[in-house]
Design a protein around this ligand. Sequence first.
Ligand SMILES: Cc1ncc(COP(=O)(O)O)c(C=O)c1O
Length: 441
Amino acid sequence: MSDFRADGAAALEWAARYLEGVRELPVLSRVEPGAVRSALPAAPPDEPEPFAAVLQDLDDVLLPGITHWNHPRFFAYFAISGSEPGILAELLAATLNVNAMLWRTSPAATELEELVLDWVAQLMGLPDGLHGHIEDTASTSTLAALAAARELRPGGVVLCSDQAHSSVEKAARILGLEARKVAVDDEFRMRPDALAEALEDAEVGAVVATVGTTSTTSVDSVPEIADLAEKAGAWLHVDAAYAGSAMVCEELRWALEGCERADSLVVNPHKWLFTPVDCSCLFSRRPEVLRRAFSLVPEYLRSDEDATNLMDYGPALGRRFRALKLWAVIRCYGRSGLQQRIREHVRLARLFASWVEAEPGWEVVAPVPFSVVCFRREASDEENQAIVERANATGEVFLSPTVLRDRIVLRLAVGNLRTTAEDVERAWAMLREVAGDGSSE
Ligand SMILES: Cc1ncc(COP(=O)(O)O)c(C=O)c1O
């Protein structure tokens, strides 16, 4: 290997320059399918190459094929941030390269994971005493939660609202369970009366409530859902993958009401807690049921310490040291720093919504409880689709549309640490300009 220090310095310089200049790059990659692959050798090199050659290709070939999730005008899906402390901690985690499958395979990795999940629970205002561990994504966390539910009621149906994330249905499919959708009210929240009916119609193993749905960030009424799930003896899983991070701010904790009764709850620090992808926290009041679902210890993994082996709580054996980056992020921002940034994102989203509301010919189509605004031009679906495509083609912004009540809706998600009021203003000016109804000042 060539000089680790010199290569490391060059890589860090690359990262710093990237973050400083990312705002100038087109947000959505403009390459054609196959362009990146065809620009690279089809076969591996026979002889070693210098690391500098990797950096060169990163600039020349890969960068044009990157959609910049770390761009301040990335407003699609849920906007995210790989923050500096998280980036550096990823480097250190790769350096240590430990596997936190058993306590003994790296005691610090397991104990830090348990500690930092306690910290997240405290930051969110969750009850004491929850078991927490890290999975890669909310898809895996929800899969693990539903696998636990299946232990208690094998074959039980899974209920969620028709606004729940597709990962719920996918997890049910993987587990051989039937998923049924429950209707929502006019603010996209699961209707408790419809849930009550669905609970009567089937033997239900799990109810999944969402705190912060993917399209509109609506919040299901967890207290009412918890009553009904409890009466039916069903597992209650709360998907707070996006909005869970907002619970760091006391004024947003109304959304957490009833969640203390959940059997399990997922929140993704890689969505809105400034932690680089991937990092999903699964909390449970009933870790012994997770263990029942997942503990399978072959001879070679036997260990007799009185300690937690985190491989027993989820599908994967090998476990990355993800706690290190989450710990670094929480320490380097502190509660107040996290609150300040989340509050700013909520403020920017509300500001944007106020502009849309004030503009004739445009409408906000769902409440804005957090940092996502759903809106549309009062025009055909084709026109709304064309607006988002034209805006994205400029490279200035990236938004992803959604469908609500069978109509195409534009959606602006604020969540990047570098997003400013000017970025949001620019997005609004751009949208009006490509819609042909305003100047771009
Ligand atoms: C509410 C909600 N739950 C779960 C997921 C799935 O997240 P992941 O990509 O971590 O599996 C998403 C993704 O956006 C989501 O919005």
